[in-house]
Design a protein around this ligand. Structure first.
Ligand SMILES: Cc1cc2nc3c(=O)[nH]c(=O)nc-3n(C[C@H](O)[C@H](O)[C@H](O)COP(=O)(O)O)c2cc1C
Length: 162
């Protein structure tokens, strides 16, 4: 089965998670790039939450790995204000047809609020059921010692459910 990971990151955490996952799965990994520049540092970065609440659909650069060429697609992303980030709304809109009939996974990263609401909202954006996992971290703890193990378990889960 050919697998690819597409990830969006504002502050770097999802890139770490996606790369680690790609190493374990031995698969391709590509960043989703939003055309709009966003504040990514300091407290002001939290102002981006407004565009997530308002369900903004971001314009993104087309991905260079054609989703059509893969059987399994895993999206790695944060959530903002318990909502999908605009770049993933842009991605699922642009590639809705290509995502149909695929085996889909979604790994969310956040800082500590319950990801349930965000998963429910993300689920609405994809045309197929998502096998999910979350990398929730306590504030300040940027290295999760259980991350590798979590990813391993997620891959087992993906294989079982997909
Ligand atoms: C605008 C904004 C809103 C956020 N809202 C939440 C939230 O509702 N709950 C939460 O646990 N973390 C929230 N976070 C934290 C991010 O989800 C978390 O830091 C994530 O790991 C960032 O991923 P990245 O570094 O790949 O961008 C928010 C971060 C930003 C910038």
């Amino acid at each position: 089965m050919k697998t690819i990971i597409y990830y969006y990151t504002l502050t770097g955490q999802c890139e770490k998670n996606a790369v680690e996952m790609a190493v374990q799965l031995d698969c391709d990994c590509e960043r989703i790039i939003e055309k709009k520049k966003r504040l990514s540092r300091g407290f002001l970065r939290f102002l981006n939450g407004g565009s997530a609440i308002q369900k903004e659909i971001a314009k993104i650069e087309p991905v260079s790995n054609d989703p059509d060429k893969f059987d399994r697609i895993i999206v790695v992303a944060p959530f903002w204000a318990a909502s999908p980030v605009p770049a993933i709304r842009g991605f699922t809109k642009l590639y809705q047809e290509q995502l149909k009939g695929k085996k889909l996974g979604l790994a969310l990263s956040n800082l500590g609020t319950d990801p349930k609401e965000a998963f429910r909202k993300y689920e609405e954006l994809f045309p197929e059921h998502l096998v999910t996992m979350s990398f929730t971290k306590a504030k300040g703890e940027w290295t999760d010692p259980k991350m590798s193990e979590k990813i391993k378990n997620y891959i087992v889960d993906l294989d079982k459910k997909n």
